[in-house]
Design a protein around this ligand. Sequence first.
Ligand code: ZN
Ligand code: ZN
Ligand code: ZN
Length: 590
Amino acid sequence: MPTCSHCRQSFSIPEEDLKFYELVSPLIGGKKYSIPPPTHCPTCRRQRRLAWRNEKTLYRRMCDYSKKPILSIYSPDKPFTVYDSEIWNSDVWDPMMYGREIDWNRPFFDQWNDLHHAVPLPSFNLRMQNQNSEYTNLSARNKDCYLIFASNDNEDCYYGTYLHRNHRTVDCFFTFDSESCYQCIDTYNCNRVFFSEYCRNCSDSALLFNCQGCQNCIGCVNLVNKSHYIGNQPCTKEEFEEQVKNIFNSAAAFQAAEQALQVLILQHPHKAISGHSNENVTGDHISNCRNLQECFDVTHDEDCRYCVWLHQSKNCYDCYGWGLTGELGLENHLTGNGFYNVQFSESCWNNVSNLLYCRYCLDTSSNLFGCIGLRHKEYCILNKQYTKEEYEALLPRLIDHMRRHGEYGEFFPAQLSPYGYNETVAQEYFPLSEAEVRNGGWPADRSAAADHASALLRQGYGGQLLLREGWNWRTEIDEVPKVAKTVAGSQLPESITDVPDEIVEWVVACEVTGKPFRITPQELQFYRDMGLPLPRKCFDTRHKERMSKRTPRYLWDRKCGKCGQGIRTSYHPSRPEVVYCESCYLDEVH
Ligand SMILES: [Zn+2]
Ligand SMILES: [Zn+2]
Ligand SMILES: [Zn+2]
C-alpha cells in the first residue's frame, strides 16, 4: 500500500482506479502518456481541491480594468489582476496577450503560477444571469437574493448554500423546490417548514427530522403522511397552535423543544446512506446513481469515485462540482455544462474537452494545456497558440518535464491557490490553525514539518514547491458597519412582535463570536410574516451550525443496528445514532 505524501497515512489504489487513470491518460499522436497513480490519499486530494474553492468570502475592491468599485471573491491585497466578471466575459481584453514559451529550466507549476499572476481573473466564480443579487457567488438565474452561494434559480432567498429553485427561503443548506422555509437542511419540496432536516413534501411544521408528507407537526422524527403531531404523538389543532406560539416567542421553550427532538432522533433508526434509487454505491446523499464509490451530494451519476456535488456525469474521479453533464473527468474543481475528458483543471465549463491543467478555460475550448482564461481556443500551452502538429510534439516533452519535477498527475498545489486557506471551503471541511496552514497543512511543529519535507524530497516528490513557504492564510478584517446602535444578540426581543422597525439600522453582535451582523428590511419582513424570532448569531456561525448537523464526508464500517450486516456509512461507529442498512430501514420506516 502506498503512503500518502501529504498525511503519511497508507491508502489503497484499487485496480479499477489504475484502469481509470489509464483510460483518461492523454493520447498524443496515437501514444498514451500514462497518468501516474496519485501520491495523495483521496482525503488529501479533496482537501487540496477545496483550497481552490472560495464559495462565500466576498470583498470590496477595484476592478483593475474599469477602476470602478466592485465586489469580488479576491480581496484587494491579493497580487492578482481582477476584472469585473462582466468585463472579463467580454472581448475588451485578450488573454492570449499573456501567452509565453515553455521554459525547460523551470518546473511547470512555477511557470503556470507566473501566468496565473499575469492573466486577469473574473471578480466572481461562475455567476450568470442573476438579477438584483449582487452578494452571491457560484450562482445563476437568481432574483432578489442576498448572500446565497452555490445556488441557482432562487427568488427572494437569503443566507444559504446549495439552494435550488426556492422562493423566500432563508438560512437553508441543501434545499430544493421549497417555499417560505427557514433553517432547513436537506429539504425538498417543503412549504413553511422551519428548523428541520431531511424532509420532503412537508408543510406548516417545525423541528422535524426525516419526515415525509407531514403537515402541522412539531418535533417529530421519521413520520410519513401525518398531520397534527407533536413529539411523534397525535395532538389537537389547539395544542399544535399553542406549541407554535410557545416555541417562537420564548427562547427557553424553543430550546426545550429542540432538546426533546434530539432525544427522539436517537430513538429512531437512520439510513446508512441517505438518498434513493441507487445501485451499488457508497457515500452519502446519493440519488439515482449507479456504481459509485465514496461520493457525496451527487445525483444521476454513473461509474464515479471520490466525487462531490456532481450531477449527470459518467466516469469521473475526484471531481468537486458540478457536471450537468460531464464525462471522463479526473481531479477537477468546478467543471460542468458538458465537459469531456478534462483533468487537473479548475473552473472550466461549457462544452470543453481535452483540457489539462487549465483554469477558467471556457466555451468549447479543447486541447489546451496549462492555460488560463481562454475561450473558444485550441492547441495552446501557457496561453500561447501552436499548430496541432507543434502542440502534439511539445506535449510529450512537457509531460516528461513535469514528471521529472513530480508534477504530472498532481492537482495544482494548495500553495498556488489565489485564496487564503481560511477563505475557502477547505477550512470548513478540514479546519486548520493559522500555524498549520502556514506550515503547508502539517502540524505546527516546525521540525516535524521539516522532517516530512525532506522525506518527500528523498522520494523525489515536487522538490521546488515543497521548499516554499506553506499555504496561504488570510488575516481576517471584519468591516464594522457605521451604525446608530449595537445590540448584543442575547438582548434581542424573544418575540418578533416586540422587534422595532429601527432594528434594520442597528448592528447585532453575534452571541457566539461577537461578530457584527445586520438584519435587512427584507429579512425582517420574512420573520414577521412567518412569526419567527430574529437570529442571534451571525451568518458564519449559523452556517457552521448547519454544517455540523450533517454527518461528515467520510465513511466508516459499521454493522446494521437491526440485522447486523456490514454497512458503510458516514455515521462514525462511536456515534449514538441507530443506523440501519437500506432494507431494514425501508421495512421499518415506510
Ligand atoms: Zn493523505
Ligand atoms: Zn458568529
Ligand atoms: Zn439491516
